[in-house]
Design a protein around this ligand. Structure first.
Ligand code: GDP
Ligand code: ZN
Length: 443
């Protein structure tokens, strides 16, 4: 048996269990899975933080979680693919003051507070070219916070685009945050509030609350937390559903030159969409890895085992939806390194959605392209056109074979795993980036 032919079985014999320490040491970027964050309760909810660039997402994330996630621009410079960032925070309540805080003590009376819920903020960068990241993340969020800067005219292009994306992704529970109120007068704040109201009026979000804050000055954060507590409930999770994990990252945590007997299996980071996973379970990963057979690229599922699960800063025996998590497996680490499995699905063997190399969609295109100043009309799909398609956390490129509206077919560069009825977002290349133009329901 050579390592080339049967890497999985071979590695499976070698792998040991990574210690929490090892995972912590290798996972240092704040923009990734929060393996280190205390306290130990598991996050039960994912909330997206969206809004136009510079409206204050990074500042608010830091205020809530104490964590600085702004590595976006740095990563851009390095040319590394941008991925979703997570930061956890806990909403606590002071019974004495009836006040909400993300800190361990009441900011008013300094007494100890009662932790209510731990929440994961999925930080969706507002940079124009990052829409795809947001869309793939939208599949896993239970609610969203849309930031609007009070000192700029509303809506800015990305404010519009993100609201549209939330609508298309079917996210109902959202809160508008009017940030930077420290920069405007009372009258200006009211005027801006009216602009936000008018912007929301023709949408399904017309009655959602608008909470004025200053992220920089730490003003009104308590009211925001109360609103999150009341308006973005933790959805009922059906634990009997087949477990499904969306993979956001995958990596090899072994240091170069490590002795073979010390090798640790591949690690997958992401979030549980439904059901629960337990340590020791056999799992399947799809679409898996690519091989060329008879000049054709085909994908083969990976079968492995959960060695350890990490969540909320420590190993846990089992994991259910909410927040970011990581599992270590018995996979050959070279298979998973450098995020090679990003966008994959993990489930129980034989229980995952089917693999599609070609899809047929009932398409729903927007009237106008959002996110641009000009707002050009969305033209129908064209035969041979190249689209970006996002489903669950996967992104793929599709070439339109048949552009008919009710039965558009696309040949996919990389196959996707999805069920009939799943929603797939459609983006079209316009200028130097992909722009959201609609969605399709898989037939
Ligand atoms: P992002 O691009 O949405 O992540 O925005 P950032 O959080 O990076 O904020 C952009 C700029 O606005 C930074 O210089 C922040 O310090 C500033 N900023 C953010 N929130 C506030 C606020 O509430 N008041 C004021 N005056 N400045 C803010
Ligand atoms: Zn208090």
């Amino acid at each position: 048996m050579t390592a080339k032919k049967k890497p999985l079985e071979k590695e499976a014999e070698k792998v040991g269990q990574p210690s929490a320490k090892e995972l912590e040491l290798t996972e240092t970027s704040p923009h990734t899975i929060s393996l280190k964050s205390a306290p130990s309760i598991q996050p039960e909810l994912n909330i997206a933080l969206v809004g136009h660039v510079d409206h204050g997402k990074t500042t608010l994330t830091e205020r809530l979680s104490g964590k600085w996630t702004d590595t976006h621009s740095e990563e851009l410079k390095k040319g590394i693919t941008i991925r979703l960032g997570y930061a956890d925070f806990t909403i606590s309540h002071c019974e004495k003051c009836d006040f909400y805080t993300a800190k361990e003590k009441c900011v008013k009376c300094n007494s100890l507070v009662v932790p209510l819920r731990k929440i994961s903020l999925v930080d969706a960068p507002g940079h124009e070219s990052l829409m795809a990241t947001m869309l793939s993340g939208a599949a896993i969020v239970d609610g969203a916070l849309l930031l609007v800067a009070a000192n700029e005219k509303c809506p800015q292009p990305q404010t519009k685009e993100h609201l549209m994306a939330l609508h298309i992704s079917g996210i109902k529970n959202i809160i508008i945050i009017q940030n930077k109120i420290d920069l405007v007068s009372y009258e200006e704040a009211l005027e801006n509030y009216q602009q936000i109201k008018e912007f929301l009026a023709p949408t399904e979000y017309k009655d959602i609350p608008i909470i004025p804050i200053s992220a920089r000055a730490n003003a009104n954060i308590g009211v925001l937390l109360k609103a999150i507590q009341e308006l973005i409930p933790t959805p009922l999770r059906d634990m009997k559903k087949e477990p499904l994990m969306l993979v956001a990252r995958s990596f090899d945590i072994n240091k170069p030159g490590i002795k073979p007997e010390k090798l640790v299996g591949g690690v997958l980071g992401g979030t549980v969409r439904q059901g629960k996973f337990v340590v020791g379970q056999d799992i399947e990963i799809v679409p898996g890895y690519m091989v060329e057979e008879k000049n054709k690229k085909i994908w083969k599922p990976l079968l492995t085992k959960i060695v350890q699960i990490f969540s909320g800063g420590q190993p846990v025996d089992q994991i259910s939806p909410g927040g970011s998590m990581a599992i270590s497996t018995t996979l050959d680490p070279t298979i998973v390194k450098s995020d090679s499995l990003t966008g994959s699905l993990v489930g129980l063997p034989g229980k995952l959605p089917p693999l599609h190399y070609q899809i047929t969609l009932d398409t729903h295109l927007l009237e106008r392209v959002v996110g641009t100043k000009e707002e050009t009309e969305v033209k129908p799909l064209a035969k041979g056109e190249v689209l970006m398609l996002n489903v669950n956390s996967a992104a793929t490129v599709g070439v339109v074979l048949d552009p008919s509206k009710k039965n558009s077919t696309c040949a996919l560069k990389k196959p996707i795993c999805a069920n009939v009825g799943d929603r797939i977002t459609i983006s079209r290349r316009m200028g130097d980036r992909f722009r959201l133009i609609g969605y399709g329901i898989l037939k």
